[in-house]
Design a protein around this ligand. Structure first.
Ligand SMILES: [Zn+2]
Ligand SMILES: [Zn+2]
Length: 820
């Protein structure tokens, strides 16, 4: 019999689809398992990274099914966004055509891998039946004050020709195309994610099953800092607000540093004696900040104005400085050069006084001149009535005074900014808002949703959004007064779509974003599998949406993903790989040459899940050979395997049988825990390969005396291997005379007496003579060794009918029995 994987795999895929093996049941009395993988962007073909991600999910899904779970395993498409629009412009087609064609191709590729997806719940975010609900959610948010419009300076990607959220700017560059990001003043829609900033950090304690690295990235992004907001009076009746995390150092503030974009700059410099020079300085800093965010040299210009320290009325000179950015904090800082490196450098350069106000050591006398920055906390000096207090004590006391004087308060601030969601591109969800001269900004009436994307648009307008070129789109009537009105022509950031798609999977319906009763059954997903590159954007937005849905009263949960599993990247750096050799790894090629089962096995075996995976031709051949050998083993032992023997009747008395039986039980335990507890799929496969080797080398010795054990061992092997190579295993399962699917079979359980660690040979003596050797687990207890010894036929021969006087037990070596 040859292993014809193509025929086998296509046949099983057809059967599973016909029998709806992947269909999730709405069953309240069964334990549920919702396995979610990050849905793909329909770029045109699946790549090895997708295959790896979905293979991990599929193994867990099949494992859970065999463990009696009602499983939900959906798939869909994150189908809106720029690549489709750019491809459509380039190929003179419509983004929708391009996208839907790609989906069709990729869906076939995914099906060819044999993944069990419930396609009845498929989601494509580009379809009006999906984005209609984006619009409803947006309107709901608008009504609750969570979506609002404001004019602000936004990140603008000149290459993508659209606005970017702060999360989408990586070190000053566009996250998608790496172009240098510019600033632009625009009126934009924002979602008030900052309202949830505190919860987004504090709820981290519930996310024990997240990789610590992801939590840390989120924490840094949200950037919670405790400190004080202080209002400094400036002559001419102005106030400058600052935020400091070190209120205790305020007596050491010897200058103020302002961003050149601070709103008060104009007023501060309006009668500056060197007006031309200072204006030139501002221009220079603005140009520099556009060219590079890495400052080479700190530069400043004195405004001639002073701010007044609320604690001692000291006049503090106000400088404009290139190192202060308007995007962070208030765009103004109080500078304490004795206790901050950056301020120290600036003060040295411009000859500004440096005053020590914190002493590390309370009893030490410090010289007046500060030669080294001390940035830590300590005890206050040179700080009036606060001198002598610790930093913490002083901060509390100083906070009280701020409140009394009305010049500020102790508070917590966040680095997180509201999420700008307006995009000036076509292929996104139209923002369902209407501008009416009489009524102002009005949401579209719910019964008029969806606001559909028009087809008569110019995708590359000279300026503004493509939707602004479709008169039939933007000309509308006001839902409030029925007067003529104009639609919003911006579309939503596509991260909006992916912030809640997993809710849609859990309860698809025509009447609301998701069926709440069914969602209550399934949500949250028990496992979320995806790449670590989504740590900031997607995973923060999805957590935000979940909290918003909770506050809408739609659901009871607060966190969408209690268990996040991230995997490493798939890299193509194997030495035998090159484009010129024509052997670049595409999933399609691998499947054609080796089949889906081998591909799955190779990908999951080649590296630990969380590590990067490199292409390795030897690895894929090794995986294929393993299946081939298992296949051959079946056909040379088919008669034995077909005779099923109940496990309870299998004798494991002889040493060869016992050894194999122990290995078998150890393998069941290891594979069950590797998949179900640790998600270490590569070590589970290694254990199965090892077990198969033991089985092949032992079976000649065992099969005559103990054929039931061979049959049982092979049956267990098929069941344990089924989640990894389901077509292969189901084929051999049915060829052994079964009619069921392995996925509906019970996952094997192990006999705990035969699993503990490694085994050793024990000598069994009776009255001083060695009468038997038995295989036991390493470090086995005396009582268990005794029990096994007295079952041995050889020992029975010397002990039956006699009285045991005593036993001497030497761990891992010998049991000595004295009888009379
Ligand atoms: Zn870009
Ligand atoms: Zn109106």
């Amino acid at each position: 019999m040859t292993y014809d994987f193509k025929e086998i795999e296509e046949n099983w895929q057809k059967i599973w689809e016909e029998k709806k093996l992947s269909k999730a049941e709405f069953a309240k009395d069964k334990k549920k398992f919702y396995c979610l993988e990050m849905f793909p962007y329909p770029s045109g073909k699946i790549h090895m990274g997708h295959v790896r991600n979905y293979s991990i999910g599929d193994v867990i899904v099949r494992f859970k099914k065999m463990n009696g779970y009602n499983v939900l395993h959906p798939m869909g498409w994150d189908a809106l966004g720029l690549p489709a629009e750019n491809a459509a412009i380039k190929n003179k087609t419509h983004p929708e055509t391009w996208t839907l064609d790609n989906i069709a191709v990729m869906k076939q590729q995914i099906k060819r891998m044999g993944f069990l997806y419930d396609w009845d719940r498929e989601v494509a975010t580009c379809l009006p039946e999906y984005y209609k609900w984006n619009q409803l959610i947006f309107i709901k948010m608008f009504e609750k004050g969570l979506a609002y419009k404001k004019k602000s300076e936004v990140n603008w990607c000149p290459s993508c020709k659209t606005v970017l959220a702060n999360e989408q700017v990586h070190d000053g560059h566009c996250w998608r195309c790496s172009a240098f990001v510019e600033f632009k003043e625009l009126s934009q829609w924002f979602l008030k994610i900052t309202q949830y900033a505190d919860e987004l950090v504090s709820a981290h304690k519930e996310l024990e099953k997240w990789p610590p690295k992801v939590l840390l990235m989120q924490k840094n992004w949200i950037g919670k800092s405790k400190g004080a907001g202080v209002k400094f009076k400036v002559e001419g009746d102005l106030d400058i607000d600052i935020f400091t995390t070190r209120l205790d150092t305020i007596f050491g503030a010897t200058f103020f540093a302002l961003s050149v974009k601070h709103p008060l700059v104009k007023q501060l410099i309006k009668d500056h004696p060197q007006k031309k020079e200072i204006e030139a300085f501002i221009k220079e800093v603005e140009i520099e900040s556009k060219a590079s965010r890495e400052l080479t040299e700190k530069k400043g210009f004195f405004t001639g104005k002073y701010a007044v320290n609320p604690y001692n009325n000291e006049k503090i000179p106000i400088w404009l400085a290139n190192f202060v950015l308007i995007e962070y904090g208030t765009g103004a800082i109080m500078s304490v050069p004795a206790h901050d490196e950056r301020d120290f450098e600036f003060a040295k350069k411009y000859d500004i006084p440096i005053r020590r106000v914190i002493a590390a050591d309370k009893s030490k006398n410090y010289p007046e001149e500060v030669t080294e920055v001390f940035a830590g906390e300590g005890y206050l000096v040179n700080s009036g009535e606060y001198s002598g207090l610790s930093s913490a004590e002083a901060t509390q006391k100083m906070g009280e005074l701020l409140k009394e004087k009305g010049s500020g308060e102790l508070k917590t601030i966040y680095r997180l900014r509201d999420w700008g969601v307006s995009r000036q591109r076509y292929w996104g969800t139209p923002i369902p808002m209407i501008y009416c001269d009489n009524c102002g900004v009005v949401p579209e009436a719910i019964e008029n949703l969806p606001v559909q994307l028009p087809k008569d648009v110019n995708l590359t307008p000279e300026s503004g959004s493509p939707l602004g070129t479709s008169e039939s789109f933007y000309k509308t009537t006001c839902p409030k007064c029925s007067g003529p009105a104009r639609r919003e022509t911006d579309t939503m950031d596509t991260f909006f779509d992916s912030s809640w798609y997993f809710f849609r999977y859990s309860g698809p319906t025509d009447t609301e974003p998701f069926d709440r009763e069914e969602a209550r059954l399934w949500m949250p997903p028990d496992l979320y599998i995806g790449g670590i590159e989504h740590a900031i954007m997607h995973l923060i937005y999805a957590r935000f949406f979940t909290k918003v849905f909770r506050d809408f009263g739609w659901i009871d949960i607060s966190e969408p993903f209690p268990h996040l599993l991230t995997q490493g990247m798939f890299t193509l750096v194997g030495s035998t790989m090159s484009k010129s050799k024509g052997n670049v790894v595409e999933p399609d090629d691998l499947i054609a040459e080796y089949g889906a089962d081998t591909t799955r096995l190779f990908i999951l075996f080649a590296a630990p899940r969380e590590k990067g995976l490199e292409w390795n031709e030897k690895g894929v051949e090794g995986a294929h050979r393993f299946l081939q050998r298992t296949w051959n083993f079946f056909f040379s032992n088919q008669e034995i395997i077909e005779q099923k023997t109940p496990v309870s009747t299998i004798a494991v008395k002889d040493e060869d049988s016992k050894k194999l039986y122990i290995k078998l039980n150890q393998t069941i335990k290891k594979v069950s825990e590797d998949i179900g507890l640790r998600f270490h799929l590569n070590t589970a496969i290694a254990a199965l390969m090892e077990f198969f080797n033991d089985l092949s080398s032992a079976h000649e010795k065992i099969k005559a005396k103990n054929p039931g054990l061979i049959a049982y061992s092979f049956e267990v092997l098929l069941k344990l291997l089924a989640p990894f190579t389901p077509h292969f295993c189901n084929e051999l399962w049915q060829k052994s005379g079964n009619t069921s699917f392995l996925e509906n079979e019970q996952w094997p359980s192990y006999d705990s007496r035969y699993v503990v660690g490694q085994t050793v040979n024990m000598m069994i003596q009776v009255n001083g003579k060695i009468r038997d050797k038995i295989v036991v687990n390493m470090d086995e207890e005396e009582s268990a060794v005794k029990e096994m010894s007295f079952q041995s036929e050889k020992i029975k021969h010397y002990t039956d009918g006699k009285q045991v006087v005593k036993t001497i037990f030497i761990k891992n070596k010998m049991l000595s029995i004295v009888v009379k």
